[in-house]
Design a protein around this ligand. Structure first.
Ligand code: SF4
Length: 323
């Protein structure tokens, strides 16, 4: 397979007036070529910041304060801004929740696709147009020659996200980072877009980091999951194992909160309490104020990882250490 990405002990801080606050604390994971990982957690867990860090898109006052991000063996944290910019949009593409974060409303789809290609490839406009048409076909947009002449507002939300995926595919990237790519769409369209993304990752052998709060989506698309809470990974492993046998109390809470798990006609089992903000991360295990399994030690000591199932799984929780 070959290693595509290795995020090793990543630390991200935010420089604020009263001092630097740690937003991402020791996050590590790997992705092999063509592999699909789900980064899961509630809003504020640090998923998007982690994804943005890979392509050097952390906005100030955030900055990478430690760790390494090895993409095909090269440490992106040591590269110049220009060096990472060349990799971004070429070897790594990003898909955002809102297609209009990618699309320029005053330019035709064709102009945007061709300009993207010309920024990364030495080719003629005619060839760039031919590649753009081919990619629009791949995302199942009919009459692509005509569609190139249209503006983003002439497409529905689902079609716009297809165009964003086509733009992401233009340079034949090895890795796609998709941040809540279907959250803004109707439920039926969501399933179509996820099916499309999955099919393309398989056919083009692209790696995928899917950032989402939705474990149901992750279970359909990814091969492994890393669950994040308050800037850390608290559990990771093969998707099928985590969905069917979650270990960390937070992962269990997320799965119990799925509509599919609730008895028909009953309320959803929401996890009580809220994700802490950067300024209010509790001592010890940061999940302890919300945890039904809490032990005394949880309030004072941050749990280390325990490795299970031939090191394919890991969970950071005192409950499992003491079992
Ligand atoms: Fe709950 Fe303690 Fe495990 Fe944290 S370490 S998840 S508080 S049991």
């Amino acid at each position: 397979m070959g290693r595509l990405l290795e995020v090793d002990n990543l630390e991200i801080k935010f420089a604020l007036r009263f001092g630097d606050l740690t937003a991402i604390n020791g996050v590590s994971f790997t992705l092999d070529k063509g592999e699909r990982l789900g980064l899961v957690g509630e809003s504020g867990a640090g998923k998007s910041v982690t994804g943005f860090a890979i392509i050097n898109l952390i906005s100030k006052p955030g900055y990478i304060s430690g760790g390494r991000i090895l993409f095909q063996g090269r440490d992106l944290t040591k590269m110049s801004y220009e060096g990472v910019r060349q990799i971004r949009g070429d070897r790594i593409s990003m898909i955002f929740q809102d297609p209009m974060m990618t699309l320029n409303p005053v330019l035709t789809v064709g102009t945007q696709m061709i300009e993207t290609l010309l920024a990364h490839r030495n080719m003629t406009v005619r060839d760039a147009e031919a590649v753009s048409i081919e990619k629009l076909k791949k995302v199942q947009i009919s009459s692509p020659e005509q569609r190139l002449k249209q503006y983003p507002h002439e497409f529905s939300g689902g079609m716009r996200q297809r165009i964003v995926i086509a733009i992401a595919l233009l340079t034949g990237p090895e890795l796609i980072i998709a941040d809540e790519p279907t959250t803004a769409l109707d439920v039926t369209i969501q399933a179509e877009i996820m099916d499309l993304l999955l099919g393309l990752c398989e056919s083009e052998n692209m790696g995928l980091i899917l950032i989402t709060h939705d474990l149901a989506v992750v279970s359909q698309v990814t091969e492994k999951i890393a669950v994040m809470y308050a800037g850390k990974i608290v559990e990771s492993g093969p998707t099928e194992r985590i969905i069917n046998d979650p270990l960390h109390p937070y992962t269990r809470g997320l799965i119990n909160a799925l509509p599919e798990v609730a008895e028909p006609g009953t309320r959803l089992n929401q996890i009580p309490g809220m994700m802490p903000t950067l300024t209010s991360i509790p001592k010890g295990c940061s999940f302890h104020p919300r945890c039904d399994y809490r032990l005394d030690v949880c309030e004072t000591e941050d749990p280390e990882f325990i490795y299970l199932e031939n090191n394919k799984r890991r969970v950071s929780c005192h409950y499992w250490k003491n079992k």
